[in-house]
Write a protein that binds this ligand. Structure first.
Ligand code: FES
Ligand code: FE2
Length: 351
């Protein structure tokens, strides 16, 4: 599978890294340790001591640094060894890799490529868990599957009609009709109206409505989604364009932020938040919605992990794309272009 390095990956929810508690994570096969220094700075280092390769995530946070708890070397926030017990000389190469890291929208973002190219403006925007306008629930799931298979799933919502036939109860529409798709510089934009939808998607009986669902899917695998339902006839009246202000919908205004992180071969972590706008929901609706998506995300995981097993047993793997796959093809081509750029940058650096 192909992934780009020169981009920001979600390493965790911000609160998962507590002051004084080293936090292990793996991204693109690299073992990382994240920690928050006593002054509050978030740090991401290679999780491998320069001495005898013990994991620094088993270490102890000390002030602005992290001590390896095998033989006690102390690393500063830049990954440089600043103390070796019983020895005053510190070799100049006593250093582990440090990764650019930024906290934004309740996520910890780590730049996995060339540190000089890390651009904070390229971090996809979501909503933080304490967004004043929404009541958001959140979670994460670990997959025994390639992150790319999860991205592919999120890029093709025709599976809603089948994988989620019972949980979302949206009927045949997501598969039977095509969404409007536009290219973005760093991903794709998906927009779909479902007219006369008899339920609110939570499977509850409700008055029929025109329901909008739209999301941006951004490199390396971040989904930012808005849903809202409007009186019958609104879709046609808006000429099937996205509503300007979802919070003015008459029901169902919902936000979801999701991120897929490739950890290693056939290993990925999927982060998600979802919840209603405060004008149209309360804690009970937020809980109900979260329960529904948890069921749905288990349905995805079951299918994707089973798909991964079949792929692994298929030596000359070939796929047969459909019309719905154009989003998958567009997005993966962008990732491939970026990954090729990474490889070229690496080669020219080595030349
Ligand atoms: S392995 Fe870290 S100090 Fe020895
Ligand atoms: Fe799904």
């Amino acid at each position: 599978m192909l992934y780009a390095r020169n981009c920001w990956y979600v390493a965790g929810w911000s609160y998962q890294v507590e002051t004084g508690q080293p936090f292990p994570m793996q991204i693109l096969g690299d073992r990382l340790v994240l920690f928050r220094t006593s002054s509050g700075q978030m740090v991401a280092l290679e999780d491998r001591c320069v001495h005898r390769l013990a994991p620094l995530s088993l270490g102890r946070c000390e002030g602005e640094g992290l001590r390896c708890m095998y033989h006690g070397m102390l690393f500063d926030a830049a990954g440089t060894v600043i103390e070796i017990p019983g020895q005053s000389l510190i070799p100049p190469n006593a250093k582990v890799r440090s990764y650019p890291v930024v906290e934004r929208d309740s996520w910890i973002w780590v730049w996995m490529g060339d540190a000089a190219a890390a651009d904070e403006a390229a971090i996809p925007r979501s909503r933080s868990l304490d967004d004043p306008d929404y009541i958001l629930r959140h979670g994460w799931l670990d997959y025994d599957a390639e992150a790319q298979l999860i991205n592919d799933n999120l890029l093709d919502f025709s599976h809603l009609s089948f994988v989620h036939a019972n949980s979302f109860n949206l009927g045949a529409d997501p598969a039977a009709t095509q969404a409007k798709v536009t290219q973005l510089e760093n991903g794709i934009r998906y927009a779909r109206w479902m007219e006369g939808l008899p339920t609110n998607g939570a499977g509850l009986p409700d008055t029929p409505a025109d329901s909008f669902m739209g999301y941006d899917f951004l490199i390396p695998g971040v989904l930012v989604m808005n849903i809202s339902s409007w009186p019958l006839g609104t879709a046609a009246k808006l000429d099937y364009a996205e509503p300007a202000d979802h919070s003015r919908a008459f029901r169902d205004c919902t936000f979801s932020g999701q991120a897929v992180t490739p950890m290693a071969d056939r290993k990925a972590r999927y982060f998600f938040s979802i919840g209603p706008h405060r004008n149209q929901g309360d804690e009970t609706i937020a809980d109900l919605m979260f329960k529904m998506v948890e069921t749905a995300f288990d349905e995805d995981k079951r299918m994707i992990e089973a798909q991964q097993k079949v792929i692994d047993e298929t030596p000359d793997m070939r796929i047969m794309p459909t019309a719905h796959d154009r989003t998958v093809t567009m997005f993966n081509a962008k990732v491939a272009r970026l990954a090729r750029g990474d490889a070229q940058a690496r080669e020219s650096a080595l030349a």
